[in-house]
Design a protein. Structure first.
Length: 618
């Protein structure tokens, strides 16, 4: 520094660097960069100024931080990086194309390479993207979208016809290209047998809807095929959801509504697309379907939301006693989705609460919604109703405490809940509601669901932590339900519940034992318990983590793989590689590869791909 600014200015410059947060003092003679990226940039500039000829020899360091970022900066700063890029591309890359992705990021950031290299990097990046594990697929897809998809190359165009890439930024590329030929080709791919259920790609909606009549006609034509399965019908229905009201000629949509061979869901979806005024026959179909419990309340609410006279239609359904009460109850809970405008929604809630024609068991939905929007008197009435309200309403009431501070009110709710006769299923539900209400603001805007916004702990948190902890002594709880309650109580700060959960987790022998199932077919209870135990107490024994990783239920093995990765050492990486190579773990290879990539990078290990197998060298 003295050579640059002069000896007499060194102290002043150092002090300025400290004051501005560029460096931090470690001792009287040592300094540290609080932001590593600054250090990495300075190292790159030094390499360019004093050792650019050594860059090729440092490429093998690309698998480790900080050298990966240093090399990226250096290539971006280099006046002629093409020879170095050629050397990188000629070397053996690891299983995760780390060198290739480094070069691609450099090109995206403006590195001056020739067109042939850009084309080569594009094709190789696309080839990796097609087969990449989930986490890498998303990152590489973003990189291709940002820098390697204008224009769309032939290889990239072909890759976009892999449906799993549509949610890996492929859909965004198709939308930006705005090519009807490409979009129709993608739709043809999606319509090939077997048409997948859950075929809704939100990011693809602008492109598919832009096809208008041509796209709509193709989907309707596909629905005429013989022997379609229920999943294929559902997939076609999902594809129609990409078409908003008015995106298709009204006469075409009306013709589809009248088609008797189409399933009811598809006909009503076409009625939505046809727009207002709603066809009389569509309304007749809808009422008949929900009266016979043949149509989900979600489908009904979606169609209602598109109607200009939706308020009158909504209350006509709520007061129709030919419709099952459960269906009307669920429909009332969807008021937030049907009426998103604040003024309209407030008026609907007011009417649900006070209209004498509304069944009292349905009117409670209005009181819940009013409490969600801060009506203290409605919330207090719900609390006092705890002894007689349904378990679902009690749970949702407790979850709304984030809008209503006050320890006394929380104590009153806990008192009433503890006095109420409750099944094991009830207390688990109440524990979940209290956990939410004491820690979050629950934006209950879509049925009994919505986002959770973090907030300061409620004044009644300790009251509920104590109650949940006492519930652990009940003798009618299964292992799974006891684990759920302990998890919720621990989150509320009960140290004894945390210790109890630790004991339960460490006692897991066979995670596939039916006693760990208890209706939790996907293993979410066990996964959450393991994740929280690790958060509170640190790593779990590697032997337990391995047993979890081999479990049949998906969430359980995710927890095990994450616990092995968290061990963070060479033995953990060896175990992940061994699991990856086992045929029984084939369905989990994407998750395993994500963990292997992260841990190998941390340990600066080079992982090779040999066919379907990954192996490692130092």
């Amino acid at each position: 520094m003295a050579e640059v600014v002069g000896l007499d200015q060194t102290d002043r410059v150092i002090e300025a660097l400290v004051v501005n947060g560029i460096v931090r003092r470690q001792s009287s003679i040592r300094f540290q960069f609080p932001f590593p990226i600054v250090q990495e940039y300075l190292a790159a500039t030094h390499l360019i100024d004093h050792g650019s000829e050594t860059l090729v020899d440092r490429i093998d360091d690309a698998i480790q931080r900080p050298w990966a970022q240093v090399l990226q900066f250096a290539l971006e700063l280099h006046p002629d990086p093409s020879p170095i890029v050629a050397a990188v591309l000629a070397r053996e890359d690891d299983a995760f194309s780390t060198g290739l992705r480094l070069v691609a990021r450099c090109i995206a950031n403006g590195a001056k390479v020739d067109r042939a290299q850009v084309a080569e990097v594009t094709d190789r990046l696309v080839d990796y993207w097609v087969h990449a594990h989930y986490d890498a697929r998303d990152r590489v897809g973003q990189l291709i979208f940002d820098a390697f998809s204008r224009p769309i190359s032939p290889r990239l165009r072909a890759a976009l016809h892999n449906r799993w890439l549509l949610n890996g930024h492929g859909a965004e590329m198709i939308v930006r290209e705005a090519s009807p030929d490409l979009t129709m080709s993608i739709l043809e791919m999606l319509l090939r047998r077997e048409i997948e259920c859950h075929s809704f790609y939100h990011s693809l909606k602008p492109a598919l809807s832009a096809l208008g009549d041509a796209g709509f006609d193709r989907i309707i034509a596909a629905s005429q095929a013989d022997d379609l399965t229920e999943d294929e019908w559902a997939g076609l229905d999902d594809l129609l959801k990409h078409f908003p009201r008015g995106s298709v000629s009204r006469e075409r949509a009306i013709a589809a509504v009248a088609e008797p061979n189409l399933p009811l869901d598809l006909r009503l979806n076409c009625a939505r697309i046809a727009g207002s005024p709603l066809l009389p026959e569509a309304w007749t179909l809808l009422v008949a379907a929900i009266s016979n419990d043949e149509l989900t309340y979600w489908k009904t609410s979606t169609l209602l939301a598109e109607m200009d006279d939706r308020v009158d239609r909504f209350f006509a359904l709520l007061t129709d006693t030919d419709i099952p009460e459960k269906t009307r109850f669920d429909l009332a809970s969807e008021a937030g989705r049907i009426f998103p405008a604040a003024d309209e929604h407030a008026g609907v809630i007011e009417r649900i609460v006070h209209d004498p024609a509304i069944d009292p068991d349905i009117a409670v939905i209005g009181r819940l919604s009013a409490a969600r929007y801060g009506d203290r008197s409605m919330f207090e009435a719900l609390i006092e109703g705890i002894p007689t309200l349904s378990p679902l309403i009690v749970r949702e009431t407790l979850a709304l405490f984030g809008y209503h501070p006050g320890e006394a009110l929380a104590e009153r709710a806990a008192e009433l809940v503890s006095e109420r006769p409750s099944t094991p299923e009830d207390v688990v539900s109440f524990a979940s509601g209290a956990d939410i209400g004491m820690r979050y603001v629950y934006e209950m805007d879509h049925g009994f669901g919505g986002s959770l916004r973090e907030t300061s702990p409620h004044e009644g948190t300790s009251v509920w932590a104590d109650l949940l902890t006492r519930w652990l002594d009940r003798d009618d709880l299964s292992d799974g339900k006891r684990m759920e309650i302990a998890t919720h109580a621990g989150r509320l700060g009960s140290e004894s519940a945390k210790r109890a959960l630790l004991g339960m987790v460490l006692a897991i022998g066979d995670p596939d034992d039916p006693r760990h199932d208890d209706g939790d077919g996907f293993g979410q209870t066990l996964r959450t318990a393991v994740d929280e135990t690790r958060r509170w107490y640190g790593p779990i024994p590697i032997e337990l983590a391995e047993r979890l990783a081999r479990a049949r239920r998906p969430n359980v093995n995710y927890a095990g793989i994450a616990a092995i990765e968290a061990a963070g050492d060479r033995a953990a990486l060896d175990l992940l590689l061994r699991l990856h190579g086992e045929a029984a773990m084939r369905g989990d290879r994407g998750t395993l590869e994500g963990s292997i990539e992260r841990l190998a990078s941390k340990l600066s290990m080079f992982v090779r791909r040999r066919g379907d197998v990954l192996d490692m060298t130092d």
